[in-house]
Ligand binder design. Structure first.
Ligand code: G6P
Length: 350
């Protein structure tokens, strides 16, 4: 174990730090994805199926594919697949995202989808069951992940989805910009000490909210999931605009609110939501661009990310401070982030 951790205290921290390499390796899947796409025809609808963190990656896929390629896209939780009518047919492409390739609910849904539709599995583990069942396989190439909480495999799943959407939409600009992402991730990791400070301050919070809009909404969900998994603090991820329809009633000065605000179309509206919760006394942890516009919002804590990372690429970079926040809160609370209670790396029961 010690040797495998390569000097890191826990696998989770090692895996967070491997994310720039994971991306570089996953980008090599581009040619495979091109081939798969050229083989598909008459697809008029896409349906993603997944669980947990892989489900959050799928939600990002819906935004990207619908906005760039204009193909109607649904996202279904694997455990709910059997209860929804799904209306799959031979023109539907069903994409399964699963790190392990062994999650029982996902495999069950994959077998069902194979009866009607073309299927793709986006998988990290070579030779796993999902790779044998699906018509096509895309590998996330993140390398083995030991921490129960998914980190580098999430980033690699996102990269596969970005490649898929960009190739489908023939968006060369997005394809090129992906190559720049690893260096921005290195930039975030260099500022880890800032996150440690924030973790120390909020380690005893009872509840947390994470809010974002558009592509940052799945980031909010994933940030909240990470916190629940390894710190046992109650956390909710919410679409920022939906707060006023209920959760705003809960907000007070004991609830930190993490606001995910990358530069782009949703920025101004997200910042109005920030003001809304701030006015109710919440302590704000804002993650936004390193520029004057962002700094002028006076918040309790903030973490800034190079402003070249705009809304479209934000999901791949903005999740990293959130992973680190959960990790360091877990450490501050004296827990083992690699082995959260009641959870398993791979769930083989339905
Ligand atoms: C478990 C793991 C999660 C993972 C989920 C789906 O709950 O603890 O980290 O996101 O399963 O796993 P999969 O292997 O299908 O992506």
């Amino acid at each position: 174990d010690m040797a495998e951790k390569e000097g890191y205290d826990y696998f989770m921290l090692k895996e967070i730090h491997e994310q720039n390499i994971a991306i570089k390796n996953t980008l090599i899947e581009k040619d495979n994805i091109k081939e798969i796409i050229s083989d598909l025809d008459n697809i008029n609808r896409i349906c993603f199926v997944a669980c947990g963190t892989s489900y959050h990656a799928s939600l990002t896929g819906k935004y990207l594919i619908e906005s760039m390629a204009g193909i109607p896209t649904d996202v279904v939780l694997a455990s709910e697949f059997r209860y929804s009518a799904n209306a799959l047919n031979e023109n539907t492409l069903v994409i399964f995202i699963t790190q392990s390739g062994e999650t029982a609910d996902t495999l069950k849904a994959l077998k069902k989808a194979n009866e009607t539709s073309k299927t793709i599995a986006i998988v990290n583990v070579l030779g796993s069951s999902a790779t044998r069942e699906a018509d096509y396989v895309i590998y996330t190439k993140a390398g083995p992940e030991k921490g129960v909480a998914a980190t580098k495999t999430y980033i690699s799943q996102l990269v596969c989805i970005y490649l898929f959407a960009a190739i489908l939409a023939q968006n060369k600009e997005l394809l090129d910009s992906l190559k720049k992402v690893p260096s921005f991730i290195e930039g975030v990791l260099e500022n880890e000490s800032k996150i440690i400070e924030i973790a120390k301050k909020y380690k005893d919070a009872r509840d947390f909210f994470f809010i974002g809009r558009g592509l940052s909404y799945p980031t909010a969900l994933e940030g909240a999931l990470k916190l629940k998994e390894i710190t046992y603090i109650h956390a909710e991820g919410y679409a920022a605009g939906e707060l006023k329809h209920g959760p705003l009633a809960l907000i007070d000065n004991e609830i930190p609110v993490v606001v995910i605000a990358p530069p782009g179309d949703s920025y101004d509206k997200t910042m109005s939501n920030l003001e809304e919760v701030k006015a109710r006394g919440a302590e704000i942890i804002a993650i936004g661009p390193c520029n004057d516009e962002f700094i002028k919002y006076e918040v309790a804590d903030s973490f800034c990310i190079d402003d070249e990372i705009s809304e479209i690429l934000a999901p791949i970079v903005y999740i990293i401070p959130l992973q680190l926040l959960s990790y360091y809160i877990s450490i501050e609370r004296g827990l083992d982030p690699d082995k959260p209670k009641n959870l398993a790396k791979c769930v083989t029961v339905e």
